[in-house]
Ligand binder design. Structure first.
Ligand SMILES: Nc1ncnc2c1ncn2[C@@H]1O[C@H](COP(=O)(O)OP(=O)(O)O)[C@@H](O)[C@H]1O
Ligand SMILES: [Mg+2]
Length: 324
């Protein structure tokens, strides 16, 4: 089985993810895969949920917080600005409160609450999650490629649905608090009934979106999740551990990609002792990978002559991954 075959034989897998420790090549593979798919004529979005997003670096374009930016025909890239998203939330909540209670200004106590809620770490996570939901439910693209954050965060991200649930609980609590205040406001405005269902409806809408997106993440039909590993002992151990954890979240694993393989053909050349030593070490680790992951390995990608930035290097990487 090759990487190319997985895509050719499973055109229904439209949500693509590369997981693995930081620095192993997730962003690189995300960009190169997006590039290759776009060249095949698919409309592709590669997007990052990493606050230290590096799609801007790899495409050599400043795309942060700018929505989906067209890189080449069919290929779009997006880096989510979580802070911006939180500000938008706050504005929406303020507007809703003003509208529902017919106020010119949000009362100070409520404003304080809104400020405090925004400072919570869970808020950033929910903001990112929410942006991702927006993207994946949009149905605008043939392929959605998630440029994932490093492993630990990715796990956290996958359990985000529960984080989000917590956030909803908080809003619900706020809603209860508001009710007291609303009753006073209602009397003042001589309104008999308040449209209290509006917020509830909003919550149900959010829940629906959560269900939709988390079902995409764990959808064996439509999701392809690839693990990136390099031929080094720690990376292999780490990956095995992570694969176990991901299995718990029911993430459908499509296979492994071994990155940064020093070409073995060098061994037959005049090379320094240092490099010969590294090659020998790599051989041991490749044997381990072969033994333990075997036919689940979809590609061995060589260490290229320089880092992968700019379209020509991305294309070169795409050729390594999918064949020229
Ligand atoms: N096969 C490769 N050959 C040369 N450089 C590589 C290769 N794979 C990745 N890199 C470089 O390694 C660095 C880390 O890769 P990146 O894709 O950003 O990792 P991650 O997203 O997993 O943190 C980048 O500078 C990238 O260009
Ligand atoms: Mg990355």
């Amino acid at each position: 089985m090759s990487l190319r075959k997985v895509f050719e034989e499973h055109p229904e897998r439209r949500y693509i993810m590369f997981g693995g420790k930081g620095g192993l090549g997730k962003t690189t593979f995300s960009a190169a895969t997006a590039f290759w798919l776009a060249q095949q004529g698919y409309r592709v979005l590669v997007f990052s949920v990493d606050p230290q997003a590096s799609l801007s670096d790899i495409f050599q374009r400043d795309i942060f917080g700018k929505g989906a930016v067209e890189i080449i025909p069919n290929l779009y890239a997006q880096e989510i600005d979580a802070d911006q998203r939180i500000k938008e939330y706050q504005d929406t909540i303020r507007a809703k409160i003003r509208e529902m209670y017919g106020l010119d200004q949000v009362p100070e106590e409520i404003e304080n609450y809104i400020q405090a809620a925004a400072a919570e770490p869970a808020m950033e996570e929910s903001a990112i999650f929410d942006a991702v939901v927006d993207i994946v439910v949009s149905q605008e693209y043939d392929y959605y490629i998630y440029d994932l954050v490093p492993l630990g965060h990715a796990l956290y991200y996958l359990s985000m649905a529960s984080v989000y649930d917590e956030w909803i609980d908080k809003i619900t609590a706020l809603r209860a608090e508001m009710e007291e205040y609303a009753q006073v406001a209602a009397i003042l405005q001589r309104k008999k009934e308040l449209e209290e269902d509006a917020i509830l409806r909003e919550l149900q809408y959010i829940k629906e979106r959560i269900n939709k997106s988390s079902s995409i993440l764990t959808d064996r039909e439509r999701t392809a999740f690839f693990f990136v590993v390099i031929p080094e002992e720690m990376a292999i151990l780490d990956t095995k551990k992570a694969a176990g954890l991901f299995a718990k979240y029911n993430v459908p694993l499509s296979g492994y990609i071994v990155n940064r393989v020093i070409p073995e053909s060098l061994a037959s050349q005049e090379i320094p002792e240092y490099l010969r030593h590294r090659l020998a070490m790599q051989k041991t680790h490749l044997a381990t990978i072969q033994r333990e992951l075997g036919d689940q390995v979809l590609a061995y990608i060589p260490e290229l002559e320089r880092d992968i930035t700019g379209l020509p290097m991305i294309e070169k990487m795409a050729n390594e991954m999918f064949g020229g």
